[in-house]
Design a protein around this ligand. Structure first.
Ligand SMILES: [Zn+2]
Length: 256
């Protein structure tokens, strides 16, 4: 009997300890997000990084599934960018909640570039007018100039809907490409973009910024912007979800 009481006591103690660490986890997240509001953008970038890496290590050890896991996201930080564990390997995540280090400059990913060229050839074979030029890898510095020019001509609120702030562009990964049509404009021709939306996954790409998903992806729809994922692109396409929804990572607007 005494042994039974001891076992029950131990069980209760375990439950209490687990509940305490869960509360601590939530308060860490809450305090780090409130401190972000007070700090400048550059320092909040650092605290986001810390909060997320703390979060991912504690969720691994607890193996619990609470809402905070999804709010703060399932992405891990490796010192230069965030990634999730995809079905076939790590998948880099860059959006307005997941910045990328200013020094990350891999150029166009070679595997992604080969796949992109195959995609372009397939579209041409279908009779769509696609240019040889494309917009692929962009350095932090290039993105800085691009974004500043958009802000100067269109205002920051408008620019933020279609152009990433430096350190937040998916183009900096070397895995994102903008398709250009034969007149030199971003691809918007309706038959071409409809084909692209349904077939890009066969070449390992997802059309990244979908219609009516600005609150999730952080950007207005872009018919021309594809992101290389590899084989899992087909799973993502079949799910009908954005990258954020599919991998349970936080998206939408900037933190502050
Ligand atoms: Zn793009």
């Amino acid at each position: 009997m005494k042994k039974l009481f001891r076992t029950i006591f131990c069980l209760i103690l375990l439950v209490v300890l687990a509940a305490c660490s869960q509360t601590k986890k939530q308060s860490e997240v809450a305090s780090s997000s409130s401190s972000q509001e007070k700090t400048s953008q550059s320092s909040s970038k650092v605290s986001t990084t810390e909060a997320t890496s703390q979060e991912s290590s504690s969720s691994e050890s607890q193996a619990s599934s609470s809402n905070t896991d999804i709010e703060v996201s399932d992405a891990h930080y490796n010192g230069s960018c965030y990634y999730v564990d995809g079905k076939y390997g790590p998948v880099i995540i860059v959006n307005k909640k997941h910045p990328i280090s200013s020094s990350y400059a891999p150029g166009d990913d070679s595997q992604a570039l080969v796949a992109f060229q195959e995609l372009v050839s397939a579209m041409r074979a279908k009779g769509f007018g696609i240019s040889d030029s494309y917009s692929g890898f962009r350095s932090y510095e290039t993105q800085t100039n691009l974004y500043n020019n958009y802000v100067a001509s269109d205002g920051q609120t408008n620019a933020d809907r279609y152009s990433a702030r430096p350190g937040y562009s998916e183009h900096q990964t070397g895995l994102a490409f903008d398709l250009i049509d034969s007149s030199g404009n971003l691809l918007e021709e309706s038959d071409a973009v409809a084909w692209l939306a349904d077939n890009a996954h066969k070449y390992g790409f997802v059309v990244r910024y979908l219609k009516n998903k600005e609150s999730v992806t952080g950007y207005m729809a872009e018919t021309w912007h594809v992101r290389y994922i590899g084989e899992e692109a087909t799973d993502i396409y079949n799910s009908g979800l954005t990258l954020e929804e599919y991998y349970h990572v936080d998206g939408g607007d900037y933190q502050s």
